[in-house]
Design a protein around this ligand. Structure first.
Ligand SMILES: [Zn+2]
Length: 147
């Protein structure tokens, strides 16, 4: 597997069973919070296993390249691996933050306007802290500021 496919694979949780709330169910009640806590925990677990695998892989490889030419190739491979791992770590941190929002009963509401982010959106992006509208505004602003 290449780094790219692996990244894409772990950028989202693997298999989410969509939650179907009852009609009169309160948004982010205990059951829903538990649903998202589970998604976040499983996802974090998968990522941490991946970080471990990368580390073990790098240690194995390091022992196998005594030749300096091979070593150069290997070093660029390593820096790619390290970047990947760095991304995974950042993602894990975001997941941790999301889990603590669940704990504080703040999960699922937009950071900017306080509106409900929505179950479907959160299932697709469990670390989302903005509703669709605020996220779009944010991206427009970013495009205008950046590049
Ligand atoms: Zn919002």
């Amino acid at each position: 597997m290449t780094n790219d496919t692996r990244n894409q694979k772990l950028e989202k949780p693997q298999s989410v069973t969509p939650y179907t709330p009852n009609e009169d169910e309160e948004y982010m009640n205990e059951t829903q919070r538990e649903h998202f806590r589970q998604i976040l925990t499983d996802w974090k677990q998968a990522l941490m296993e991946e970080v471990d695998r990368t580390m073990t892989h790098m240690q194995d490889e390091a022992a196998n390249f005594p030749d300096p030419t091979d070593r150069a190739t290997q070093e660029s491979e390593f820096s790619l691996e390290l970047r990947t791992r760095d991304r995974e770590r950042k993602l894990i941190r975001k997941i941790d933050e999301a889990i603590s929002r669940v704990d504080r009963d703040e999960y699922g509401f937009c950071d900017t306007c306080g509106t409900e982010i929505g179950i479907r959106r959160l299932e697709a992006r469990p670390t989302a802290t903005l509703c669709v509208d605020c996220k779009s505004l944010d991206e427009i602003r970013e495009r205008q500021l950046g590049q």
